[in-house]
Design a protein around this ligand. Structure first.
Ligand code: GLY
Length: 571
């Protein structure tokens, strides 16, 4: 079939998918009713730092459930892994609540301040001002993580925040030994941290990068967490902490107001669900692009018998599906509270049928045939953790301050490192963000709007096994989670899922990023002959997975072997 004809098929798929409306505001009942009676009896937690995983178990031992453990893990990561996430950032969570058999998506993503002005991210000559987008208080959205933690505790937890935040407060106050990645991140960002006295005071004590093996304390963050524990979200979004945040942001040229903080709200949304060969994938809706892209890719792939294909053709189909999903990501997606998105179309099997017809059997489709754009390499930040508790509650949380050490701006007197999530907006139309992602008006900054994310915390229910999965990695989050899901469907255990070698295509740049060792030489040569440009890149990860095998009632937890500091544990 000629390519032009294939585009007509695509158009028909597009039109068939246009009908209907998407309601994204209410939690949805889970459909996997066979799970109602069964309970694992033990708990599994996998996170990027052993202290955070142990904090989760500590809170379970004090009578907490998976949601309390999630508060403990996230807040401890804010202390011990600040380069990736923290209370100055935001998170997205996919939850399964065993007692009511419900799946819920909790959106604690940052929002733009009311005074946001796209011109602040331009140089006088009209070129993008990348420093304003990535460093200092203008790059920071209003944090969502403190409100999200308070929400998890209040609506789903069993113990008060004073219990679930206690391990993080203790670790911040008594100190811990920073791991190599935190030390390396401080080294890399030293010049930026030195721009703001409170950042230098926190991360460069005595003007130096902390040394390996030294105890490092964070008493100001301990105090801020104590106020959150005592007063709930009002302990962060009003009163002492809020005033200190506003004073610090203003002193450094930012534009937040007390009202921006006090009006921050967590949103519960209906997760996206997709059925793929007997597996139900429950994942992130907008303002994440992750679930839409994963659903679109799986819907395209579901029309092929992947088990009958060799590695070259299987990889070809996965890359082509990624390419098409990321094209749609750039064109359509944004905050559902601000933009109308054709989600029924994007999630429709008919639309996927049309896209599938445009894939040539033995040849790469140049992205320029889909629409011309440009981009750059994605980075590797953010964090993900997975939990299943003894009662069968499940939590997949991906949490971020965006780029390494966020904005590198610490608000004086709070210990709070602010995110640089404003760069996840399409601040300048058709100019790539730090992950090489392009965006349209749908993701333009507006007061109170949430910036598009790639975070894809997911729960996968198979005929016999359930997996809680997610990963950091900027735009590669989506494809790494997809490949983890495919490894699970292929029968992989938690360790095989997290160790699986990865590759990524995001439409633009038109190249396949490949982890060294993902393809053997004949596969690489065959893909190159098909028209692919393969580019090796590092790093990948950091995936954290917990699996529940419902046949044996056994849990399995694994943390990505690409980094030594994580811990997946069952007890
Ligand atoms: N800041 C990375 C993301 O949310 O996708």
């Amino acid at each position: 079939m000629k390519l032009a004809l294939r585009w007509h098929v695509l158009l028909i798929g597009f039109l068939l998918g246009m009908s209907g409306a998407y309601a994204a505001d209410n939690p949805t009942p889970s459909l996997h009713a066979e799970q109602l009676a069964q309970r694992p009896g033990r708990a599994g937690i996998a996170s990027a730092n052993a202290l955070a995983t142990e904090a989760g178990f500590e809170v379970l031992a004090k009578g907490g459930n998976a949601f309390d453990a999630a508060v403990a893990v996230a807040s401890t990561l804010s202390v011990v892994e600040p380069e990736s996430s923290g209370i100055g950032g935001g998170f997205m969570a996919t939850l399964h609540i065993a007692s009511s058999n419900r799946d819920v998506f909790v959106d604690a993503r940052e929002t733009a301040a009311a005074a946001v002005n796209a011109k602040d991210y331009l140089n006088p000559d009209g070129t993008p001002n990348r420093d304003a987008a990535l460093k200092g208080p203008l790059s920071a959205g209003i944090p969502g993580e403190p409100a999200g933690l308070a929400w998890l505790s209040k609506h789903y937890g069993k113990v008060p925040l004073t219990v679930s935040l206690a391990p993080a407060i203790r670790t911040a106050r008594d100190g811990f030994k920073p791991d190599g990645r935190l030390i390396g991140s401080i080294q890399d960002e030293q010049k930026n941290l030195e721009r703001w006295p409170a950042s230098a005071a926190k991360y460069l004590p005595d003007g130096k990068v902390p040394a390996a093996g030294e105890i490092w304390r964070d008493p100001e963050q301990a105090h801020t967490l104590e106020l959150l524990a005592q007063y709930g979200d009002s302990g962060f979004y009003s009163g002492e902490t809020a005033q200190k945040l506003i004073d610090a942001v203003h002193a450094a040229g930012g534009n937040w107001t007390l009202k921006d903080l006090s009006s921050y709200r967590v949103k519960e949304r209906m997760p996206i669900t997709v059925d793929y060969h007997g597996y139900k994938i429950i994942t992130a809706p907008p303002p994440s692009s992750g679930g839409v892209a994963i659903a679109e890719i799986l819907n395209i792939l579901s029309g092929f018998d992947m088990s009958k294909l060799d590695q070259v053709h299987r990889t070809h189909l996965v890359i082509e599906s990624m390419r098409r999903a990321f094209r749609d990501h750039n064109d359509y997606l944004g905050d559902p509270d601000f933009v109308k998105m054709p989600l029924d179309m994007l999630l429709s099997p008919y639309y996927a049928d049309g896209l599938r017809q445009t894939i040539l059997p033995d040849k790469a489709t140049p992205s320029s045939m889909l629409a011309p754009t440009n981009g750059q390499d994605p980075g590797m930040h953010t964090t993900h953790f997975s939990i299943i508790d003894a009662d069968g509650n499940m939590v997949a949380i991906t949490s971020t301050v965006n780029y390494v050490l966020g904005s590198t701006f610490v608000a004086k007197g709070t210990g709070v490192l602010l995110n640089d999530e404003m760069d996840d907006f399409a601040l300048v139309p058709n100019k790539p963000n730090v992950y090489g992602l392009l965006g349209s008006k749908a993701n333009a900054p507006e007061p109170g709007k949430r910036m598009l994310s790639s975070m894809s915390p997911s729960i996968v229910i198979g005929p016999d096994r359930t997996a809680v999965i997610g990963s950091p990695g900027g735009s590669t989050i989506i494809t790494q989670v997809l490949e983890g899901i495919l490894a699970f469907i292929d029968g992989g255990d938690a360790h095989q899922m997290v160790a699986h070698k990865r590759f990524h295509h995001q439409y633009m740049p038109d190249a396949v990023m490949v982890e060294p060792g993902a393809f053997d030489a004949p596969t690489s040569e065959a893909l190159t002959r098909m028209g692919y440009t393969l580019k090796e890149r590092e790093p990948w990860g950091f995936m954290n997975v917990v699996i529940w095998d419902r046949r044996t009632n056994k849990l399995d937890a694994a943390s990505d072997p690409r980094r030594p500091d994580g811990l997946g544990k069952v007890q």
